[in-house]
Design a protein around this ligand. Structure first.
Ligand SMILES: Cc1ncc(COP(=O)(O)O)c(C=O)c1O
Length: 417
């Protein structure tokens, strides 16, 4: 043990909200150490591999000695051009690769640093609640404030945003959006919603960041609109996309921001100081992914759709009321009153982990409006998902403990979200 007599962390760290996954992660760790085979549906960490073509390209590029130096912090030109081609192909949006596209070490890193580039003490961002935690922490880490409004995808939600912007002084500077949404899987029907957002942003002079992490994880015929398809979107905002979810490259750490040139430039400036870019073979393999592996993207979305059916059907069979999402890799489900009681979803999730040996994310960890719900990540195969529902049923409905601990053949540690 050391004596921490002169350690004084920054205000930046101290003003972070409490970390609500703490107890759940501690319990999970303890159980795993005891050899319990936890079915982990807690985090949106893809469990499938990228297609062989992508992995082969990574290996080939890694064998080239020229690819091991520092790379370009904003991403190599061919990669940024591939993103602009993808946007043209998928959404009909034109982007200038060097001015309007930047690569980042996953969209989470890019988002956080974009907050740092745009926000500071005295500034405010508007974020819907429930929210993906980094949408709040990224703003807090930049020293700025967050004002939450209950999340929605309609006129009423836009009305709440307009009200806040009109009545708060100083006016909020930034609006953070995310459709398809994590954790609720909420979607918007068409680009009209974003056109209204652009109109509001121009009227009130705020910037917009749209996190489009699940833009390619859609099913049942649903196609998620890109924010950048809205007329004038590039005047007010940017959109983040990721290789993590559509291409199963979460651990590779690569994503992009696209849109407003000034915002992209500000992120490039911050990144220029902080990092030397993504490992070049990863950038090369990502070009191949975007150019040739679209079939893998739709197959992965179909896999999530089948898993969604397993979970939604299973939960309905045990008496939960749950709506099937049409996008994302999550099922957002209201916990039955009789199971939740007065304890709230954080103790509920801990109890489920203890008694059912299934990890899910408590809705409260995503904001006050998430209380009463849980988020189930579709990151195990269908058989394991069926098993998870059986174990939840036994633990909740029959008061029977989950099956006795089975030894883990291979310990898999998942980092915190
Ligand atoms: C909404 C949302 N944004 C961003 C991320 C992070 O993605 P990346 O791996 O690109 O950092 C996630 C990951 O779960 C997410 O759900």
């Amino acid at each position: 043990m050391t004596d921490n007599w002169n350690i004084d962390v920054s205000q930046r760290i101290r003003r972070l909200p409490p970390y609500l996954f703490g107890e759940l992660n501690r319990l999970k760790y303890q159980k795993r150490r005891a050899g319990v085979d936890i079915i982990d549906l807690g985090m949106g960490n893809p469990s499938d591999a990228p297609t062989t073509e992508i992995i082969d390209k990574l290996c080939e590029a890694a064998h080239d000695p020229r690819n091991h130096g520092y790379s370009a912090s904003a991403g190599v030109f061919n990669l940024r051009r591939e993103v602009s081609r993808l946007y043209k192909r998928l959404y009909g949006v034109s982007l200038a690769p060097e001015e309007e596209v930047i690569a980042c070490l996953g969209s989470k890193e890019g988002f956080s640093h974009m907050c740092l580039a745009l926000m500071g003490p005295g500034d405010t961002a508007v974020v819907g609640d429930p929210y993906f935690p980094i949408h709040v922490y990224g703003v807090a880490l930049a020293g700025a404030n967050v004002i939450n409004v209950p999340l929605g995808n309609d006129e009423a939600f836009l009305g709440r945003i307009a009200y806040v912007v009109e009545h708060l002084f100083p006016k909020p500077k930034l609006l953070i959006l995310n459709y398809p949404h994590n954790p609720t899987a909420m979607t918007v029907d068409g680009v009209g919603f974003f056109e209204e957002v652009v109109r509001l942003a121009k009227k009130h002079g705020f910037m917009v960041i749209h996190d489009f992490a699940y833009g390619r994880t859609c099913f049942d015929g649903y196609e998620a609109p890109s924010f950048l398809q809205a007329e004038g979107a590039k005047d007010v905002g940017v959109e983040f996309v990721t290789m993590s979810k559509p291409y199963n490259m979460a651990g590779w750490r690569i994503g992009f921001a696209a849109g407003n040139a000034e915002m992209i430039r500000s992120l490039a400036t911050i990144k220029g100081y902080y990092d030397y870019g993504i490992f070049t073979p990863i950038q090369i393999a990502s070009i191949i992914a975007m150019r040739h592996c679209e079939k893998g993207v739709s197959e992965q979305a179909q896999a999530y759709r089948s898993r969604r059916d397993v979970v939604v059907d299973g939960l309905r069979r045990i008496g939960w009321e749950v709506e099937p999402p049409r996008a994302s890799m999550f099922v957002w489900a209201r916990v039955r009153e009789e199971h939740l009681g007065s304890e709230g979803t954080i103790p509920f999730a801990n109890r489920l982990l203890d008694e059912a040996e299934v990890a899910i994310a408590p809705g409260r960890a995503f904001g006050e409006q998430g209380e009463g719900y849980v988020r189930i990540a579709l990151v195990e195969n269908e058989q394991r998902l069926r098993q998870a529902i059986r174990q939840i049923d036994r633990a909740l409905n029959k008061g029977i403990k989950a099956p006795s601990a089975t030894k883990l053949k291979r310990k898999r540690q998942r980092p915190a979200e």
